[in-house]
Design a protein. Structure first.
Length: 315
């Protein structure tokens, strides 16, 4: 029923395995692990622009949080009117909260699609979507530090033995991956939370969500890790490393844009105001001339009619 997800996921994994299988041994666990990692990178690269849009939408939502609260307080009893006013505000300011969720919504089916494809790699299976019998056998035989990519730590000893591994070997590789995935998830969430405004972080709903992303979500890697195939843990870790690097890149670019806008010259009636100091004119000669004219008081017009009187005449 979800073949429209399974086939593209398996096709991307197949492509990267051909690339790394050419460079390395096709049956090598390193080739398969790198294929999973570059499956993540391929999908996240396709979602780069939606991620940038998500960051900008979330930032605008934080900027207009006071207006949103005013609308909620004003139309709290009228849900229809509140929805109309919220849509009007979003349309005027150019942001859509739902579109900001696109990268996360797309990653969820991909995660489960990869989980399903990995479960299809079984000893003796004739095919697995894009993969033929030789590819399936290559994946099953692939050894990653003694552990198998399609197996989980919680599987029975008989199942692990059928794949040529055991629980100790799975734990030696799986437990560090679980811990690393949890730490990466925490720091990715922390980097995002630090971008929130003080006003947004003070909201009760936001505070609860921040605690969940910082502490609860990373614990999923520890609690659920033993039940996930090793390749899924590699996927999880690679996805968080990509997210952290992408956040730093996008956030720094947005910061530079805002700094450039803040440093732009002031504009008054579409005319750029020149803030350069005007040099003082050379008034030395005029000052000297003024000094040489005694009796002149600035701002007072002097009566010079006396200059034309003849000597001895009086008025």
């Amino acid at each position: 029923m979800l073949d429209f997800i399974y086939y593209p996921v398996s096709a991307i994994l197949w492509f990267w395995h051909k690339v790394f299988g050419f460079l390395l041994d096709p049956a090598s666990g390193y080739a398969w692990a790198l294929s999973v990692i570059f499956l993540v990178f391929t999908l996240r690269a396709l979602l780069f622009k939606p991620f940038v849009h998500q960051v900008r939408s979330m930032k605008k939502m934080q900027e207009f949080a006071p207006q949103i609260r005013e609308l909620q307080a004003k139309y709290g009893d009228d849900r229809q009117k509140l929805a109309m006013e919220m849509q009007k505000l979003q349309s005027e300011q150019g942001f859509n909260p739902l579109s900001g969720c696109l990268p996360v919504l797309v990653q969820v089916p991909v995660f489960f699609g990869l989980f399903h494809v990995l479960n299809g790699f079984k000893p003796g299976a004739p095919s697995n979507y894009i993969f033929d019998a030789n590819d399936v056998a290559s994946f099953v035989a692939a050894d990653f530090f003694g552990a198998k990519l399609s197996n989980t730590i919680s599987q029975s000893p008989e199942m692990l033995a059928a794949f040529g591994t055991d629980r100790i070997e799975m734990m030696v590789v799986g437990v560090p991956l679980m811990i690393a995935a949890a730490i990466a998830t925490h720091f990715t969430a922390r980097h995002s939370v630090q971008r929130q405004t003080a006003d947004a972080a003070a909201q009760p709903q936001t505070a609860v969500m921040n605690r969940m992303t910082l502490w609860i979500f990373p614990m999923f890697a520890i609690i659920g890790g033993p039940f996930l195939p090793l390749a899924i843990l590699i996927y999880w870790l690679a996805n968080n490393f990509w997210t952290l690097a992408q956040q730093r890149l996008v956030f720094s670019r947005i910061d530079r844009e805002e700094a450039a806008q803040a440093g732009a010259p002031a504009v008054v009636e579409s005319t750029v105001v020149d803030t350069t100091p005007v040099p003082e004119a050379d008034t030395g000669d005029a000052a000297d001339t003024t000094k040489d004219q005694p009796g002149e008081i600035p701002g007072v017009i002097e009566d010079r009619s006396r200059d034309t009187d003849k000597p001895g005449e009086t008025r």
